[in-house]
Structures are given as C-alpha cells and as structure tokens.
Design a protein around this ligand. Structure first.
Ligand code: MN
Length: 191
C-alpha cells in the first residue's frame, strides 16, 4: 500500500498564531512527508507491503515502526485542527471526559501536564478503551496507543519540531494554546 499526505482542510497560515505558517510548512510539508516517503521505501518486499497503516504500527518494530507510527500520528494530529476550532467537546465524548476527569478544565490540565512531562520527543494522547473509557497516554518517539489496544482520539506532538519556531523552549505555552484550534467535531467522530 502506498501512503500519501492527507490533504489539509485549512491553509498553511490559517492556524496562526497558535501554529505559525512556517511551522506548518516544515512540519507537514517536510517532516510528515519524510515519514511517509521513508515508510513507502521501507515496506516493499516485507510482510507489510499490502497492510493497512494501523496493522503496520501494531505489528512492526525498528525503522518501519518509527515511520509508520509517525505517519499515523501526524494523520491524526493535522486533521484535528481548524482555524474555527476551540470551545469544548459535545455529546458522548463530553460525557466520557466528565466521567473520567470531573470536567473539561481538569481534563485539559491533566493532558497538558502529561505532555509537558514527556522527556524528550514524543506524544501525549487521549485514547479510549473497548468500553469507551478514556485515558491519557504518554508515548515516546513514534508511539501511539493503538499498540496498547486503545483507540487514539487526540494527540499533541511534543517533538520540538512542532513548536520550536513559534515557542522556542516553551512547550507548556504551546500545548495550552492548541486548545484554541482543536476541531472537536473531528475528535468526537473518532470516539
Ligand atoms: Mn511531528
């Protein structure tokens, strides 16, 4: 299976100032594209040649896992934003957040704290288990909660390439600002 960059439903500059145009150009156009190109170059001739992306992430290791994981991660990440985003989740996802974290404000605090505490490069995820119960999952490098049998709903990238041009070392400021552009309809659709 040949993987391709998903088309973004917004212009490169549309998420500014939360994520600047140059960051989207580099992060989406260069970093994300490179993971996809690497994956497409690595899988021919392996048992993953015709596998779907989640299967590759669940069953691979080494370079294939790293590039497949980052392809899946950035697919979810870049399709979770909207220049008209923000606000709060609704419906069943909102109920699940309230059940697990008390309220939306507490959830955001816990999620950002988890992201800040990832040492080095990685991700913080909101994921659900088979019963629909939510959990925050910290992952190093290319990690994704699908490898733990969970369904990823929302992921914040804490690799420095995602924020350094706009925020330098201020990872917490970046993560707190991301709430302004979250497309909760897209996140709810994964729940
Ligand atoms: Mn990234």
């Amino acid at each position: 299976m040949k993987f391709e960059l998903p088309k973004l439903p917004y212009d490169f500059g549309a998420l500014a100032p939360v994520i600047g145009k140059e960051t989207v150009e580099l992060h989406y156009g260069k970093h994300f594209q490179t993971y996809i190109t690497n994956l497409n170059n690595l899988i021919p001739g392996t048992k993953f040649e015709n596998a779907d992306l989640e299967t590759i992430v669940k069953e691979s290791d080494g370079a294939i896992f790293n590039n497949a994981g980052q392809t899946l991660n950035h697919n979810i990440y870049f399709l979770s934003f909207s220049p008209n985003g923000g606000g709060a989740p609704q419906g069943k996802l909102a109920e699940a957040i309230n059940a697990a974290y008390g309220n939306f404000e507490n959830f955001k605090k816990e999620f950002v704290a988890a992201g800040v505490s990832v040492f080095g490069s990685g991700w913080v995820w909101l994921a659900k288990d088979a019963a629909g119960k939510l959990q925050v999952s910290k992952e190093a490098n290319a990690g994704n909660p699908v490898t733990k049998g969970l369904v990823p709903l929302l992921g914040f990238d804490v690799w420095e390439h995602s924020y350094y041009l706009d925020y330098q070392n201020r990872r917490a400021d970046h993560l707190n600002a991301l709430w302004q552009i979250i497309d909760w309809k897209a996140v709810e659709a994964r729940y």
